[in-house]
Design a protein around this ligand. Structure first.
Ligand code: MRU
Length: 339
């Protein structure tokens, strides 16, 4: 993909506006902390590693704004906290802000250089994840036949700084001539699957079908796919995995069908401080996202909505966790915390 999701311009951030895709390729110039917090909350930039990179550059942005506006140290720190807390579930955001924060005293150049390092490391990690995942699948499935996979949400170049995590494995399989097709869950309510993943696959000429989220279980149970590959927003030490709402159902169906349920994520998504999934905060989003379609209310005016953005798949359903360092066979007890 030629477009970059997140870029530091020297005076602010340039974000590819993912709310406009696939219809329009538009960039948003971010010059203030308020604008960045709003962009993260509205999913202009989204996907755990991408919001991590945006948050790291955001600390440099807060320093520039503090200088320009004559903020007190307290006000500057409060602004950095607001970036860190803009979305609660993806640990990469807090992780990246915490990584660059110690450099605040050294100024904008030091902070933006560290943020650049985080972005570059993410791109490199994604390539390793792609290799590790493709190798593991080849060995586990033990077939030369090109694979048919299912994915949920968007975990591609749009969700990261380059290439992608789960979609990075899909890309790697494709480059090896080992991919037949991809079933793409549309990913209600914000359609990261049908708007974003399909856009990335279409541009690469990868055969795919967009299906309603409700079709995932029957696609899996009827033998139409060989494995499901998804990303993660936070992985607890015991392997419980938070990812886009609907992922849990995919994991359950894979367990029932006896096919691999593969989670792909950089180690920056593993949160050893969170010992198990019930401790992961799940973002609750506004009900309008569920009650409306393209801004038009389709639900009865008296009906309220319930809109959790993520769910947690218990470790026992995670066949493999693919990171840039290694593959954990989580369901067999091989967890990041090492139990
Ligand atoms: O709400 P989103 O679009 O930010 O949710 C994204 C996901 O759930 C992804 O699967 C996850 O962040 C991994 S992206 C490599």
């Amino acid at each position: 993909m030629n477009e970059r999701t997140v870029e530091w311009t020297g005076t602010g951030l340039r974000l590819l506006d993912q709310t406009k895709l696939p219809g329009k390729i538009e960039y948003l110039s971010i010059e203030t902390v308020d604008q960045l917090v709003d962009a993260i909350a509205r999913l202009v930039v989204r996907g755990a590693p991408a919001i991590g990179a945006a948050g790291a550059y955001g600390v440099a942005l807060a320093l520039l704004e503090a200088e320009r506006e004559g903020w007190s140290e307290e006000r500057r720190e409060e602004a950095i906290d607001r970036i860190r807390d803009a979305r609660p579930t993806a640990v990469n955001l807090a992780w990246a802000v915490d990584r660059v924060r110690p450099a605040v005293a050294q100024g904008v150049t030091a902070v933006s250089a560290l943020a650049e390092e985080i972005a570059r490391a993410d791109a490199a990690a994604n390539r390793r994840i792609g290799h590790n995942g493709a190798d593991w699948l080849a060995e586990r499935l033990g077939t030369d036949r090109p694979l048919r996979v299912l994915t949920h949400c968007n975990t591609g170049a749009l969700a990261t700084t380059e290439w992608g995590t789960a979609l990075g494995i899909v890309r790697e399989l494709n480059q090896r001539g080992r991919l037949e097709s991809v079933h793409v869950d549309e990913t209600r309510p914000l359609l990261q699957g049908s708007r974003l993943t399909a856009w990335e696959l279409d541009r690469e000429g990868i055969q795919h079908w967009i299906q309603p989220d409700g079709a995932a279980a029957s696609t899996i149970m009827s033998g139409r796919v060989d494995a499901a590959i998804v990303g993660a927003d936070r992985i607890a030490g015991n392997g419980d995995t938070a990812n886009k709402i609907g992922t849990l159902g995919v994991g359950l169906a894979c367990a029932e069908a006896g096919i691999p349920f593969v989670v792909a994520a950089p180690t920056s998504t593993v949160d050893l401080a969170t010992t198990s999934g019930e401790r992961i905060e799940i973002e609750l989003r506004g009900e309008d996202e569920v009650l409306e379609l393209a801004g038009i209310r389709v639900a009865p005016v008296g009906s309220p909505g319930f809109n959790p953005a993520f769910d947690v798949t218990p470790a026992r359903f995670v066949t493999a966790l693919v990171t840039e360092e290694r593959v954990y066979e989580v369901a067999k007890g091989d967890t990041p915390a090492g139990n």
